[in-house]
Ligand binder design. Structure first.
Ligand code: 6GU
Length: 253
């Protein structure tokens, strides 16, 4: 079972997430345990203060270190978790990072506030993490994004494990287009190849579309993708503006 410990001043933020869809099923199956920790429960004063003014002056309030350390120390008594803190400048969260986190048994995510967190908290942090180059008012939406991406990688969570294998990004490329019924909708037709029953050809067409979509939508990904000789050939065709049908007839597929 994978455990997430989420340190937050807004535990209610995670209720809808924990009670919906795949995540809710994973929790009910006992594959995931979601421990949302209210930092106010680890304060010592009457007002349950979690933040304070900045030494040296400046705007905003910072999360105090004591409640965060107190929560961390209690959690660590059982097992030391891998500790993340949400920061706009942290390591960019991506599919590779999600796979890495799926290997950890216990993950703690400290949800920062945009004004910041007392720097001494970094003493317990293994990795600062960001979900992109933009500023959130708090780390809660980021923690939710991270958990969702990691939870679906846990064996037994997603019904059809094949779907993980064909995920966009699983091989560094954008996904291929999919269609369901009806075969013609508002004059738009499902590509004939997908209805041909020729599985070898369908597989090749899907690969073509993945390479084409990556070239058109995310050319930055192509630099890192490890393409086979055949796939490099496909890319050459696409760059020259040729069609899938040209590739088929030129290469006697
Ligand atoms: Cl992880 N936290 C905050 N506060 N802002 C962000 C972020 C995280 N990722 C992108 N923007």
């Amino acid at each position: 079972m994978k455990k997430f410990h989420i340190l937050t001043i807004f535990p209610e933020f995670f209720e809808g997430f924990a009670n919906t869809g795949i995540v809710s099923k994973a929790i009910k199956k006992g594959l995931v345990y979601l421990n949302t920790v209210n930092l106010r429960d680890y304060t010592a004063d009457k007002h349950r203060t979690v933040d304070d003014v900045v030494y040296g002056g400046g705007p905003g309030m910072l999360l105090k270190p004591e409640p965060i350390f107190a929560a961390y120390e209690e959690i660590s008594k059982e097992k030391k978790p891998y500790v993340l803190i949400t920061e706009p400048w942290g390591r960019k969260f991506d599919q590779k990072f999600a796979w890495e986190l799926s290997e950890k048994d216990e993950i703690m995510i400290i949800c920062g506030r945009y004004e910041g967190v007392d720097e001494r908290v970094k003493a317990i942090v293994d990795q600062e993490v960001s979900i992109g180059d933009f500023v959130l008012s708090g780390g809660e939406p980021a923690a939710l994004v991270i958990m969702d991406a990691v939870i679906r990688l846990i064996p037994g969570v997603v019904g059809d494990e094949d779907s993980l294998r064909v995920d966009s990004f699983s091989d560094g490329l954008v996904g291929y287009p999919n269609y369901t019924r009806p075969p013609v909708f508002k004059g738009m037709e499902v590509p004939q190849i997908l209805r041909s029953g020729n599985h070898k050809l369908i597989e090749l067409w899907r690969r073509w579309k993945q390479i084409e979509n990556t070239y058109k939508k995310r050319p930055d990904l192509l630099k890192k993708a490890e393409l086979s000789e055949k796939e490099i050939k496909i890319l050459h065709y696409i760059k020259k503006g040729k069609e899938f049908e040209d590739f088929i007839s030129d290469n006697k597929v």
